[in-house]
Design a protein around this ligand. Structure first.
Ligand SMILES: Nc1ncnc2c1ncn2[C@@H]1O[C@H](COP(=O)(O)OP(=O)(O)OP(=O)(O)O)[C@@H](O)[C@H]1O
Ligand SMILES: [Mg+2]
Length: 292
């Protein structure tokens, strides 16, 4: 199930305890990987494939860490999201939970995001561009990886702008590793649509959604697929996910339509919970922010 593992380099620097075999003495040779485990993919990632600095203290960067698949969080239309533990064996201080979002190649998807999102997107090199055009096996991998890189870039950008998104840890091929939003024992935070909220809390949640939409708008962006299913609620805080299709509201000819749809999707849901909200007012405000 787990994608190909990063093969551990046998050089001394990879040993957890290089100096002395008597203390902890764990080395790569001593760790038997079980099914659903791989060596951490962190060492193989280039700087641009790693999350922005300053890096949160919980990110495990040791080459001696092991990734363990703990189960599936959700199978989606275009990607599956898994719960992953990244931990250094024998070192409880270096253990973290991650959400691993793995994009499927287009022929394994139930749904294709409309081309309005990808207009003008560039491929990384001409070999990839030719493979995409031919729709070859490599081309299908490239197409899936474009979504994972797009999502990673969007997470990075929104994190840097201060929007409440999961911290993007790493992107490798078709897999995005990000902060797991949920409890320490691995229960994922519910989607906004899944919970019944007290009216006071509802108003507070709507305010948070408005705030995060303003962060996007001030940067000339819209989420592009916002709904109560792409908003998680964790400890009373709203976190926005599922960003690969983020749109430039000014440059994309459909940008304002997509922003409007985001406003309607969000406001319709809050209105059904009997909160007095106005999609057109929110849209007007966000348009003003976008061009302000
Ligand atoms: N960082 C995360 N922390 C916790 N849970 C997450 C995280 N990212 C995704 N999930 C869970 O996985 C689900 C699917 O994630 P996401 O919306 O990004 O993928 P998707 O392929 O677009 O799914 P869908 O087709 O259902 O929209 C989310 O609704 C959420 O329950
Ligand atoms: Mg989603």
């Amino acid at each position: 199930m787990i994608p190909s593992s990063a093969s551990p380099d046998a050089s001394a620097s990879f040993f957890l305890s290089a100096a002395d075999d008597d203390d902890l003495g764990l080395s790569f040779a001593d760790v038997d990987l079980a099914d659903g485990q791989r060596w951490t993919t962190w060492p193989t990632a280039t700087p641009t494939e790693r999350g922005p600095e300053p890096r949160p203290g919980w990110v495990v960067t040791s080459a001696g860490a092991v990734d363990t698949e703990l189960g599936i969080l959700k199978t989606g239309k275009e990607a599956d999201v898994f719960l992953l533990e990244r931990a250094v064996p024998g070192d409880p201080a270096q253990r973290t939970l991650l959400a691993a979002k793995r994009y499927r190649s287009p022929d394994h998807r139930a749904f294709h995001r409309s081309a309005v999102y990808t207009e003008g997107r560039r491929t990384r090199n001409s070999r990839d561009a030719r493979a995409l055009a031919r729709k070859s096996e490599h081309g299908r991998e490239v197409a899936a990886a474009q979504w994972s890189f797009a999502e990673f870039e969007a997470l990075r950008r929104m994190h840097e702008l201060g929007a409440p998104v999961p911290y993007p840890v790493q992107v490798t091929g078709t897999e995005v590793l990000m902060e797991f939003i949920g409890s320490a024992d691995g229960v994922g935070a519910p989607r906004l649509a899944q919970v019944r909220h007290h009216p006071d809390l509802l108003a507070e949640l709507f305010a948070q959604v408005g705030d995060l939409m303003r962060v996007f708008a001030r940067a000339g962006l819209a989420h592009g697929d916002l709904s109560p299913y792409n908003l998680l609620v964790h400890d009373g805080r709203v976190v926005v996910i599922d960003l690969p299709q983020i749109v430039d509201t000014v440059a994309n000819p459909q940008g304002l339509d997509l922003l409007h749809r985001d406003c309607v999707n969000v406001c319709d849901w809050f209105a059904r919970q009997r909160l007095d909200v106005d999609a057109e007012a929110l849209f007007g405000e966000l348009v003003a922010e976008s061009f302000g």
